[in-house]
Structure formats: C-alpha cells, structure tokens
Design a protein around this ligand. Structure first.
Ligand code: ZN
Length: 380
C-alpha cells in the first residue's frame, strides 16, 4: 500500500518532470565573492528534477550487510556493472558533464565535493553535516535505484556533476585552482569533517533511502512535493521554517524583478501567451491564488489563469513565493519575491539558523524531512 503514493507521484512527475528537468533550478555552485572575500550564497535546488522525474517504485533491497561490503570491488572503470552495493561503501561512479568522462571516488570523498559546491562552507558545522547526510541519502538512492534510462544518461555512471540534473560537485584540485589552496583548505577541512562525522548515515523513510531534495531559502513554510510536483511524498511536506524572522541576515532573501509593460508582455508572448493585452496595464493582472504554503498557485493575467510555477520560469523568479503588482506611478510591473528555490525539503538557510540556535544535524533533518529515520548503511 505504501507504494501507491509513490506510484501516483511517478505518473505525475513523468509528465511534468521532463520540462522541469530541462529548465532546472539554475546552474550555480558555491562561488567566492571577490568583493568581500567570503563565500557567496549561491546554490541550486539540486536533488530535484532528475531523481524525482525518474523516481521508481523502490525494489526491496536490504541496504547493506557486512558481507555485501566485503564483496565490493573498488577497482575501477571496468566495474560499472558492478555489484549494486559497490556504490554504498567504496565507490560511486560519477559522470563529469564538463569533461564528458566517468570517474569514481570513495563515496565520502565525492560527498566533500558535493557539500562544498552545494552549501556555503561558512555555514554552521551542524548544517553542513545535515547537508552531507542529505547528499549521501540522495547518492545512495541514485546508486541503488537509477533506472536503466537514467543510468544511460550518465553513460553507465550513478550520478552526474550537472547541478540542474543531479548535484553540483567540485574537486579539491579544481577548487584550489579556482580560488587558491591557502584560501580553500580550511573550508575544505570543515566540510570534510562534516562528511566524516556522518559517514554512512542516510535518511530513510519506511526503510528506503529518501530522495532528500533541498533548496536554498524559504519564507515561513517549506513547500510540499505535492504542491509543486503534483504527487504526495510523505516525507516532503510543508513545515515551518524561520528565515522570515531572520530575513535581514540572509543575503537576497527578498528580490525584485521589474518590467516595463512592453517587456512584461513580450516575455509572456514569446512563451506562448496568446491573450489580448488591451487597456491599461493595471488591468492586466487579476486575482492571485496562493497555495497551502503561501506560494503563488496561480494568477489571472488578461483573463487567463497561469501557474506561479510557469511565471517563475518565464520571468526567472527565484521562487514562486512572490507578489506581483503594477505600479502606475513608475509604469512598472514588480515581482516582489521571497526565498530561493522550489522550497521542497530542507531549507539550507533554515538549517543554518537551526544550527545557530543550537540544534544538531539530526534535529535539522528530522525537522525538514517528516517521519524519516537516520540510519547507518554500515550497521547491520
Ligand atoms: Zn545527472
């Protein structure tokens, strides 16, 4: 019975997910702001489109036993069609979308490169640990449950380095080349400690690894998978989060997208909008309907209902948590946007705030992923 929801979800996501996967959630990695020398907050909602679009009903595979791990063969490229448990402990195979090559790394070494690329390493250690566990859960899921077609997209590998498809990743060597070893080294050590501390730990729901999607910033509530992808995932439901109360401390918590009427119109028209833009621009925007997490479900524009998600894509808004108005005095349409990302799963900034309040990584994970357990894949 528990798979019915999953199955329902797959049906929806297969129809909606492909477009979403193409659009992705951005294409950024952790970068350094040269102006002040600190890490810029700059992430994507990785762990979303690809895994969810390809989510399969989970086969019953026990996660690991010592004998499985003993049987690992960590030897290299010829082992792509290896024992499935190979990915859990010793190696994960990664398709590098830049070099077009497959490489393999020990799972935790790979995860250092992911956590470094996905979360500012200036964040609290407990937030980094939560990110490491989320990333490990996702990686284990991909290694165990990638469909044949999904694996084919990675030329046989488990996962890729495209942040819009799987997860962002940067190697230590490349990070050093980019920003200098002296600068990078302490941050890398901090990330490495978070990964090592949580080694083997993943989150599971009903004993199956969770697709631990995450995003950068929510407002008051995170988003449910149901609201955004149309299918219920029991551990990806809306929960309160504290970013709004700490908005001034979060860079770009609120952002504005401003358009002159002609620009506003042409963006919609070039995206297939065929309604009549007659009259005063003030009359173009009608009723705004919010969903259960306070994000825009849909808006009426020139009489046509258009979803918040579609508007986010067309106008490159950072989230669907926005207010749209026409300011007659300036002759401009203004999207006032809060947060960053689809809003599902762990909020990275929310995780950092929880850590600042003294919560540990387990508290953070159990807060953002409803009803999950944290297990160690190396335990019996
Ligand atoms: Zn991928």
């Amino acid at each position: 019975m528990k798979y019915l929801g999953m199955l329902f979800f797959v049906l929806f996501v297969f129809t909606l997910g492909v477009l979403y996967a193409i659009i992705g959630e951005g294409d950024f990695v952790n970068i350094i702001d040269t102006a002040d020398g600190t890490f810029n907050y700059n992430t994507v909602d990785a762990f979303t489109s690809s895994a969810l679009a390809n989510m399969q009903p989970l086969p019953h595979i026990s996660l690991s036993t010592p004998s499985d791990l003993d049987a690992l063969d960590a030897s290299g490229e010829s082992e792509i069609e290896r024992d499935i448990f190979g990915a859990l402990g010793e190696v994960i195979y990664i398709y590098d979308t830049e070099t077009k090559e497959i490489f393999h790394e020990k799972l935790d070494d790979y995860l250092c490169g992911v956590v470094f690329a996905e979360m500012p390493s200036s964040f609290e250690v407990e937030a980094l640990k939560a990110q490491a566990v989320a990333a490990r859960s996702y990686s284990v899921y991909k290694a165990l449950y990638s469909s044949e077609s999904e694996r084919a997209q990675h030329f046989g590998a488990d996962i890729c380095t495209d942040s819009a498809h799987c997860k962002a990743y940067i190697s230590y060597e490349n990070a050093c080349l980019k920003w200098g070893e002296e600068y990078i080294s302490p941050f890398w050590d901090k990330v490495k400690a978070a990964v090592s501390f949580t080694s083997g730990q993943i989150i599971v729901y009903d004993s199956e690894p969770a697709i631990a999607v995450f995003h950068a910033i929510s407002n008051n509530l995170t988003e449910s998978a149901e609201n955004i992808w149309g299918g219920d995932v029991p551990y990806l439901v809306s929960v309160p989060t504290a970013e709004n109360e700490n908005a001034e401390a979060i860079k770009d918590f609120s952002t504005l997208n401003i358009y002159k009427p002609e620009e506003f119109k042409s963006k919609l028209v070039s995206n297939g909008f065929r309604e009549d833009f007659g009259g005063n621009p003030e009359s173009w925007v009608g009723e705004i309907t919010l969903n259960s997490s306070g994000r825009v479900d849909n808006i009426k524009i020139c009489g046509k209902i258009i979803s918040g998600k579609r508007l986010r894509e067309i106008f490159s808004l950072r989230s669907t948590d926005f207010y749209l108005e026409y300011k007659e005095i300036d002759g401009e349409f203004i999207f006032n946007v809060k947060g960053y990302g689809h809003g599902v799963g762990m909020s990275q900034h929310g995780a950092n705030l929880m850590a600042q309040e003294g919560k540990n990584y387990e508290d953070i994970l159990l807060w953002y992923y409803m009803g999950v357990d944290i297990i160690n894949i190396y335990d019996n």
